[in-house]
Design a protein around this ligand. Structure first.
Ligand code: CMP
Length: 140
C-alpha cells in the first residue's frame, strides 16, 4: 500500500477539554505524520458545506450546531495506508462501540461529540483536503 493523505478534524469537544496534544500523540504514535494543521472556528456555512453529504440525515442540524460551537483543529495526515489507519486509530463513530486504546474510546463523549473526524475514502480525503487547505499550507 502506498503513502496516502487523509483529512482529520479535532472537534469542539476535544478543543474544549484541551485534548489537542493528547490526540496528536495518538496520531503520531500510530506512525501518521501531521503535515498540515490549523485551528479555526467554522461558520454555519463552512460546516454545512463540509457535511453536505449528510444534508438529509436527521442529525444534520445538530451536527452543524455542534461543529460551530467552538474551535476545531483541521489537519492533513500522511502515512502508509493513512485513510484506513486513521479510522482504526479513531475507533467506531459511536464511542460505545469503539475498541480499547482508540481515540474515541478514550476521549469521545457521545456519537455527536466524538472528538475526531477522519475521511472515509480516497475520494473524500482529496475533496476534504482541497476544501479546507491551500496547497502551500501542506508541507509533507
Ligand atoms: P463524522 O466522521 O464527523 O461524520 C458525520 C458525523 O455525524 C459523525 O462523525 C458523528 O459525529 C455525527 N453523528 C451524529 N449523530 C449521528 C448518528 N446518529 N449516526 C452517525 N453519525 C452521527
Amino acid at each position: 500500500m502506498a503513502t496516502q493523505r487523509t483529512f482529520s478534524i479535532l472537534k469542539p469537544d476535544a478543543t474544549r477539554r484541551n485534548l489537542t496534544g493528547a490526540i496528536n500523540a495518538k496520531i503520531e504514535g500510530a506512525g501518521l505524520r501531521i503535515i498540515a494543521q490549523k485551528r479555526v472556528k467554522w461558520s454555519k456555512a463552512n460546516a454545512e458545506a463540509f457535511y453536505a453529504v449528510h444534508k438529509e440525515r436527521p442529525f444534520f442540524n445538530d451536527l452543524v450546531a455542534f461543529m460551530t460551537s467552538g474551535p476545531i483543529v483541521m489537519q492533513v495526515l500522511e502515512g502508509e495506508n493513512a485513510i484506513a489507519k486513521y479510522r482504526e486509530v479513531m475507533g467506531a463513530t459511536n464511542p460505545a462501540n469503539a475498541d480499547a486504546g482508540t481515540i474515541r474510546k478514550e476521549f469521545a463523549e457521545s456519537i455527536e461529540a466524538n472528538s475526531v473526524h477522519g475521511s472515509d475514502s480516497a475520494e473524500n480525503a482529496a475533496a476534504e483536503i482541497a476544501l479546507c487547505f491551500k496547497a502551500e499550507e501542506i508541507v509533507g
